[in-house]
Design a protein around this ligand. Structure first.
Ligand SMILES: *Cc1c(COP(=O)(O)O)cnc(C)c1O
Length: 476
């Protein structure tokens, strides 16, 4: 029997007009942006799939909550609402709000890391690793090997390799490992989830060595959905229950509320240990703000509290991930190489396979994001060698196994028709990949270089050759 269609569990009350651009305008814009989609002006973008971070549409209830902002410097009522929501849905003992996820990562890294330490994790995340390194630690990836293979269909490619973890603990000693960083729906692997069984086992191993487990809970809700859908024995459980169980195997979390929690700004650090939480409350005053606002307005905390409760609703999460799957299936059916299985927050296109004529030293993923923008005004992000940066010891470029572009879907923002337009543009490029030209650096920042780097195409003609071919129907 054919399954019936689902539709978004909301209707649209306010609209934000989009500006259509011509191909000539887009060529000028991407050139002015140094062929880096991060440096485009958003008014020049038609469909913005740069990130799902802070780009969610808030609900009418969240907007109503914004009017209930209690902007007291200390002890804002909204802080206590947020604390209630975090206790109820995540379950940790202490909450320290921060302006966004990296604020929490900064505090956690400074609190727990000593120079020379080693922090294991399931594939790095850019800001997370940067803060660990700034505090003097070395990050060691202990994700299972299948995470590095974009074609491997395993359901939980975010899982930690328990053998790699045990070997690392034996090699460096538990006393050199301040904590393990466990990421949900591993971003750089294509939004691949971890299984509940894996979280439980990681917890057991770390506990036997006295190593705390710190969750990067940024996409824990989406991860809970994959557990419900894919893990034996979990189908009958609610997202809320599964989320609580994930968190129960960990000693604290950092969270960017700009993702799952459906707000435009905000984050938090949670800790179960009273003494560490006390230190974190001391430190947050220096870097973020008082411990009852952490760099946020009262209204932001209210929107976050409401967003957390909305994020675990089954119909919300099903439609959110359903939309990502819809786009992924359109591309897959057309033969576009994408990371499989389809992850939670976006579609990751395998740029190395998409553009086999561009060597890794010419950054095929960076070139593809620029070409996609020129073709249709869709803005994607590079997730490959540019994002990975240089080896801190040798200063050489790191070429990670995955050279991807990410089409990231903001939550509750775009319609199925936007997904169709996006797919058509990617498919059109895939039909003539030889039109895309490699790029080289003209400016390379030292930290998190992907945000502000500038490039130029290796040939003088722009990043997408053959203007006549490209003009099919995307003119404003
Ligand atoms: C976005 C993100 C962060 C950092 O959070 P910000 O709010 O952008 O500072 C950390 N970890 C993961 C997995 C993320 O996706």
């Amino acid at each position: 029997m054919k399954t019936r269609s689902w539709a978004e569990p909301f209707k649209i009350k306010v609209v934000e007009p989009l500006r259509m651009t011509t191909r000539a305008e887009r060529e000028r814009a991407i050139s002015a942006a140094g062929f880096n989609t991060f440096l485009l002006r958003s008014e020049d973008v038609y469909i913005d799939l740069l990130t799902d971070s802070g780009t969610s549409a808030m609900s009418d209830r969240q907007w109503a909550g914004m009017m209930l902002g209690d902007e007291a410097y200390a002890g804002s009522a909204n802080y206590y609402h947020l604390e209630d929501a975090v206790h109820r849905f995540y379950g940790y003992k202490h909450l320290i709000p921060t302006h966004q996820g990296r604020g929490a990562e900064h505090l956690l890294s400074r609190l727990l890391i000593e120079p020379g330490d080693v922090v294991p994790g399931n594939m790095y995340f850019t800001t997370t690793r940067a803060h660990q390194e700034l505090a003097g630690a070395r990050f060691v990836d202990v994700i299972r090997d299948e995470a590095h293979d974009p074609a491997d269909p395993s359901p939980f490619k975010g899982n930690i390799d328990l053998a790699k973890l045990s070997t690392l603990i034996d090699r460096v000693g538990a006393e050199r490992i301040p904590y393990l960083c466990l990421q949900c729906c591993v971003n750089m692997a294509g939004g691949q989830p971890v299984s509940l069984a894996n979280v439980r086992e990681v917890h057991a191993i770390c506990r036997s060595h006295g190593i705390p487990v710190m969750l990067d809970a940024t996409r824990a809700v989406e991860n809970a959905y994959f557990i419900q859908q894919r893990e034996p024995g979990q189908a009958g459980r609610s997202i809320e229950e599964i989320l609580r169980e994930i968190c129960s195997y960990t000693d604290g979390c950092t969270n960017s509320a700009k993702k799952d929690c459906l707000v435009n700004i905000g984050g938090f650090l949670c800790l179960n240990d009273d003494a560490v939480a006390e230190e974190a409350r001391n430190m947050v005053v220096l870097f973020e703000g008082l411990h009852t606002y952490g760099g946020l307005a009262g209204r932001d905390m209210e929107a976050m509290a409401i967003g957390i409760a909305e994020s675990v609703q089954q119909d919300h999460i099903r439609a959110r991930i359903g939309q990502v799957e819809y786009l992924g299936e359109l591309l897959q059916r057309a033969g576009v190489p994408i990371v499989r299985p389809i992850g939670g927050h976006g579609i990751f296109v395998d740029a190395a396979r998409f553009l086999p004529h561009i060597p890794r030293e010419q950054f095929p993923a960076q070139a593809l994001t620029a070409a996609l923008y020129v073709d249709s005004g869709v803005r994607a992000m590079e997730r490959g060698a540019i994002s990975c940066g240089r080896d801190p010891d040798t200063d050489e470029n790191i070429y990670p196994p995955l050279e991807l572009i990410r089409l990231t879907i903001p939550r509750r923002v775009y319609t199925q028709a936007h997904m169709d337009v996006t797919a058509e543009s990617v498919i059109a490029l895939h039909e003539h990949p030889e039109r895309v030209v490699g790029v080289r650096f003209t400016h390379e920042p030292r930290y998190l270089r992907f945000f502000q780097a500038r490039f130029e195409p290796l040939e003088g003609q722009g990043v997408l050759r053959d203007v006549a071919l490209a003009d099919a129907g995307q003119e404003g």
